[in-house]
Write a protein that binds this ligand. Structure first.
Ligand code: SRM
Ligand code: SF4
Length: 565
């Protein structure tokens, strides 16, 4: 133990990280303990850096307690997938692992990653080894490090898109922890590390104060919600070439009810850098946050608070000084939307891609829709396709020369063509119950039903095709980025939601609290007159989010600090 550090002043996790021997902790012992389905408390924190969260089935919690049983512990495994692209072989492996070791479903996350839920302790190792067999891993999918790097969906759209995808991979590799703990614990491999090499040259022994997120957007599409990222890059195209990137810093969605010191915040555009400066800019911002982020209060430990507490000018000066050059002035750009573009598109190479809607990002078979089977058949039969996970929890079957064959398979299982409302197609729901330990209310399991009820109103007003962005989360942590939605619903308690209005389609405006603690009936009664007014009085091409602000249902939230729950 280091006697120079006053641990009493720091959050408990700082000491756990420090003492963990670079993320080893007692994970090996915890895995070997046959008495419980759980791992040691300190290991539950360290396992996150390995892409693993301990959870329990919240549906059976009370019953098991009554029967004096420990909760039904299981684990969530998150796969790191920079830019969200998987091969058919990787898809098939994830599909198979979900049946063999998890709850039979695959979750496509809001950060273009896979999640498996319900993996019990003794199956953790075989699952991770199975993931590794197809050259995927779960390192740094969670924890106080840089997370999965998001990038705009399809690299085959143009050479510029391909460069951006490549950059997402480079950023991810550059900022991945170097500790060999993962390989030792999960893969039974002893990697030879040079004794001279620093173990974590970027992160050091206590890693970052909190999670860190990076995304790259290519205008006019903001499908990775660049302003919600700690660090964002907006690709600037000039004369058909990638000129560089506008840099955004200080975005984040998480907040806590009743704590006004926490709030969602949009990143500031702080300048422009050349493509070959991106890694240096990212590393320098990570280092500034590592050294200046709040290590006492984890609720205020994200980069957004470092920037607000010290000031954006301090941040820019610090960055430029450390870089040894100044970022250039930001270049013009324009976003038109943050949603996906559904349907078939032909790439410049003549190949075809189909953007499918995956409700709540959940790939499963139900009596009415054999989505998981259909996608398995595509992966088995279409060897040249890529599976691209989008930041809106959807899937693109991409870049195949076998369009008709894909279409035939999807038609056979009723997956495509699909007739969906504009509202449903622009919906996101976080996982929430039954696996998320932080959920106050349902989200993924409930939003589809609520949307059905709102669709009835939209139909009355002939607005079924209208694209309205709706996002629901089971708590204010913001995993579905609900603060950017035109209609945001955030769970307060079982069956009750706060309603937020006024985000926009471009993902450049925070919404505003409109009504608190609504039941389903109250949500419907509240939305009905708004939808009626919108149908009758909107300007041409006016979006729902812009309309509610023009008509003063809510006032615009200009900066995160002003956001109220
Ligand atoms: Fe998240 C915590 C799920 C994207 C902000 N998030 C969690 C945990 C791990 C709950 C926990 O800590 O015990 C959830 C696991 C639920 C489960 O059973 O699967 C969880 N987050 C998710 C996913 C799966 C939601 C989804 O339905 O897709 C997303 C996984 C993304 C990935 O692949 O890495 C997910 N989480 C996000 C996003 C959106 C984004 O990154 O674009 C946010 C808001 C952006 C941000 O970070 O500010 C987000 N998650 C949080 C927070 C609040 C952080 C904060 O700054 O306060 C927490 C709670 C925490 O960290 O303490 C959290
Ligand atoms: Fe869980 Fe809250 Fe995130 Fe939903 S928003 S997954 S309820 S932490």
């Amino acid at each position: 133990m280091n006697h120079q550090i006053d641990w009493s002043k720091l959050s408990q996790l700082e000491k756990i990280k420090y003492d963990s021997n670079y993320l080893r902790g007692t994970l090996t012992e915890s895995l070997a303990d046959p008495v419980t389905g759980a791992i040691a408390e300190s290991d539950t924190q360290l396992s996150k850096f390995h892409g693993i969260y301990q959870q329990f089935d919240r549906d059976t919690e009370k019953d098991r307690k009554r029967r004096k049983l420990e909760p039904a512990f299981s684990f969530l495994i998150r796969v790191r997938l920079p830019g969200g692209i998987a091969t058919p072989q990787q898809w098939l492996q994830m599909d198979g692992l979900s049946d063999r070791y998890a709850n039979g479903t695959l979750k496509l996350t809001t950060r273009q990653a896979f999640q498996l839920h319900g993996v019990i302790k003794r199956n953790l190792k075989p699952t991770l080894q199975g993931i590794n067999e197809v050259l995927l891993d779960t390192i740094a999918a969670c924890g106080d490090v840089n997370r999965n790097v998001m990038s705009h969906a399809n690299p085959a759209e143009s050479p510029l898109h391909a460069s951006v995808y490549q950059l997402a991979g480079e950023l991810s590799r550059h900022l991945t922890p170097q500790s060999t703990a993962y390989h030792e614990i999960w893969l039974d491999k002893q990697l030879l590390a040079s004794s001279k090499k620093e173990i974590e040259p970027i992160y050091g022994r206590t890693y970052l104060p909190r999670k860190f997120k990076i995304g790259i957007a290519i205008p006019p599409y903001n499908d990775i919600d660049v302003f919600s990222q700690d660090l964002g890059f907006i690709a600037i195209e000039e004369k058909g070439k990638l000129a560089g990137f506008n840099v955004t810093a200080g975005g984040g969605m998480g907040s806590t009810f009743g704590n006004p010191q926490t709030y969602p915040r949009l990143g500031d555009v702080i300048g422009f850098c050349q493509p070959d400066q991106v890694l240096k800019v990212a590393e320098t911002i990570v280092l500034i946050q590592k050294e200046n982020g709040n290590r006492q209060d984890r609720k205020r430990a994200r980069l957004k608070y470092t920037i607000d507490d010290r000031g954006i000018e301090w941040f820019k000066d610090e960055l430029n000084t450390r870089l040894g050059f100044a970022l250039e002035a930001p270049r013009p750009y324009r976003f038109t939307r943050n949603g996906d573009r559904y349907g078939w598109k032909q790439g410049i190479d003549g190949k075809w891609s189909l953007n499918l809607f995956v409700e709540g990002g959940r790939v499963k078979d139900t009596p009415s829709l054999l989505l998981k089977t259909a996608l398995r058949k595509v992966a088995e039969n279409i060897d040249d396709a890529q599976f691209i996970l989008t930041g809106n929890q959807n899937l693109i079957i991409a870049n195949t020369s076998q369009k008709e064959k894909v279409a035939r398979i999807l038609k056979k299982y009723g997956v495509w063509p699909a007739t969906l409302s504009g509202l449903r197609q622009n919906s996101i729901a976080c996982v929430a119950l039954n696996t998320c330990g932080l959920a106050f209310a349902e989200a993924e399991r409930y939003l589809p039903t609520l949307i059905g009820k709102i669709e009835t109103i939209l139909q009355e007003y002939d607005l079924l095709k209208e694209e309205i962005v709706i996002r629901m989360t089971g708590c204010p942590n913001g995993c579905g980025r609900p603060y950017l939605a035109e209609i945001g619903l955030i769970g307060k308690s079982i069956g009750h939601y706060n309603l937020y209005l006024g985000g926009n389609k471009q993902g450049t405006r925070l919404n505003t609290l409109y009504r608190e603690t609504l039941t389903e009936k109250e949500i419907i009664e509240t939305l009905r007159p708004l939808i009626a007014d919108y149908a009758q009085n909107r300007n041409s091409h006016e979006s729902f989010g812009d309309f509610v602000i023009r008509k003063k249902y809510v006032s615009e939230t200009v900066q995160g600090k002003d956001f109220r729950h």
